[in-house]
Design a protein around this ligand. Structure first.
Ligand code: G6P
Ligand code: MG
Length: 221
């Protein structure tokens, strides 16, 4: 039986995936790596320093910067990103997600957040929904980020549930791999092709509801 839900944040609850992309685009310009739609997709769910490494590699610049310079580039990105998220309000919750969260709470499900972002608590406060969650995984506590299963495994542990008692929600392929690796039911939000590893797929957050989950081929057969 499903007893809980483990949520990715960026791109699932709010459109901050777009803001991460905007800030990383600026970093790519700074280091003269080409910013492409493929790179933007590949960066989803990837930790801050791993994202920077991928951007440097995209332009063949991975050996052009010292560790201290890399840390500065990541800090600059984060400072810009923090200005972008400073104005978030409840109106920035993606379509359908506010209703879905309320539905889950009303039905007694327990919820946690499995985001790689160190900015997750700030964002959840801005959106006015931090109290709906029983726990937020601390990404600083992780040995390995997505696609490693650790973060989603911890999301279920925080709720004291077994992996098969929770549904994990993701908009990234790295995140889906993490959910599947943890042995949880995976719900992918986004392009069917991109989300093909998901047990359940919705193209849009507006479609996410308990009824649509129950009627999905995964549960309804
Ligand atoms: C999430 C986002 C990534 C981001 C990562 C780290 O997983 O999907 O795009 O790079 O968090 O976020 P942070 O806010 O700590 O830099
Ligand atoms: Mg995401």
């Amino acid at each position: 039986d499903i007893k809980g839900f483990v949520f990715d944040l960026d791109g699932v609850i709010t459109d901050t995936a777009l803001l991460h992309g905007k800030a990383w685009h600026q970093t790519a310009d700074t280091v003269k790596s080409e910013w492409t739609p493929e790179l933007a997709v590949a960066l989803k769910g990837i930790s801050r320093m791993d994202s920077l490494e991928m951007i440097l590699k995209a332009g063949g610049h991975e050996n052009d910067y010292t560790q201290a310079q890399k840390e500065q580039l990541a800090e600059d990105k984060n400072n810009y990103y923090k200005t972008l998220i400073s104005t978030l309000t409840p109106a920035d919750i993606l379509p359908g997600m506010d209703a879905f969260l309320k539905e889950l709470k009303a039905k007694g499900y327990h919820l946690s957040v499995a985001s790689a972002s160190k900015n997750a608590p700030t964002i959840l406060k801005g959106l006015g929904i931090i109290d709906m969650f029983d726990g937020v995984v601390d990404p600083a506590s992780l040995h390995a980020g997505k696609p490693d299963p650790e973060i989603f495994a911890k999301g279920a542990e925080l709720l004291n549930f077994q992996p098969n008692e929770v549904i994990g929600l993701e908009d990234s392929t790295a995140g889906l791999k993490s959910i599947n690796g943890a042995g949880e039911v995976s719900l992918g939000i986004g392009d069917v092709q991109e989300m093909h590893e998901a047990d359940i797929n919705f193209t849009d957050t507006a479609q996410v509801s308990l009824a649509n989950i129950a009627n999905s081929s995964y549960f309804a057969g």
